[in-house]
Write a protein that binds this ligand. Structure first.
Ligand SMILES: C[S@@+](CC[C@H](N)C(=O)[O-])C[C@H]1O[C@@H](n2cnc3c(N)ncnc32)[C@H](O)[C@@H]1O
Length: 222
């Protein structure tokens, strides 16, 4: 069976959109906006349930689509971060219409700075902002993630990174091309970074644009 057929099979049997999520997904289609999509969304929803999430933190929330999945999974509170004011306002409006006003807070600005003003703990963190800064996002959130907490990073197999170059680098021990773009270098660096961290267990799940899941398996240092 080919990969397209598997994707269609997964989509036909995967998580379904609510009415508002359908509207959000239609907006993404119309404007070519890179949302995480319903298959990865189903994983976010499950992670919120499995961790009984009290607080979720997102690096790069767009207009709230990924946040809507965490909230659908029962997350008590989610911090949305965004550098684009218009997108953050759209998130506020979509999530209010979905009945989530009391459980979402909205932070305009650089997520890497915003995260410093939160103590955590974060039961789940989504990293979906600027690819070259993924590893920095992980580092800044790292000590705020309790044992059993999970970090999800999007775009491991699709997006700005060159998948062929990543496959050659990780599976065939070839160097990254000299002209590799920032996204490819950023994703390669992120994967190496989390895999080298002894406090986390990580793997890539090929749903949506490919998500890297890292769960803390050792106590925090402070
Ligand atoms: C792929 S989109 C996020 C999609 C969203 N997670 C979803 O699935 O619905 C990436 C977003 O990150 C935002 N962004 C990029 N760099 C950022 C930063 N340093 N801090 C906060 N947001 C950032 C962009 O404006 C963009 O809206």
């Amino acid at each position: 069976m080919d990969w397209d057929a598997i994707q269609r099979y997964m989509r036909a049997t995967g998580a379904s959109h609510s009415e508002i999520q359908e509207e959000m997904a239609d907006y993404a289609d119309e404007h070519g906006f890179p949302i995480i999509g319903p298959d990865a969304g189903g994983v976010l929803r499950m992670l919120a349930r499995l961790t009984d999430a009290e607080t979720v933190f997102e690096f790069g929330s767009g207009y709230g689509y990924s946040a809507s999945w965490f909230l659908a999974g029962g997350a008590d509170e989610i911090v949305l971060t965004e550098i684009d004011e218009e997108e953050l306002e759209m998130a506020r409006s979509f999530l209010a219409r979905a009945g989530y006003t009391d459980r979402a807070s909205y932070e305009l600005g650089d997520a890497l700075e915003t995260v410093e003003s939160y103590d955590g703990p974060f039961d789940v963190v989504l990293i979906d902002h600027d690819k070259p800064r993924y590893a920095e996002g992980f580092e800044r959130a790292r000590e705020k993630i309790p044992e059993g907490g999970v970090v999800v990073a999007d775009n491991m197999t699709r997006g700005p990174a060159d998948l062929d170059a990543l496959v050659a680098y990780f599976a065939d021990d070839e160097p990254l091309p000299e002209d590799a773009n920032d996204g490819t270098e950023g994703i390669a660096n992120y994967i190496e970074h989390v895999r080298a961290d002894p406090a986390f267990e990580s793997f890539i799940l090929p749903v949506g644009s490919g998500i890297c899941l890292s769960t803390r398996v050792a106590p925090r240092e402070r």
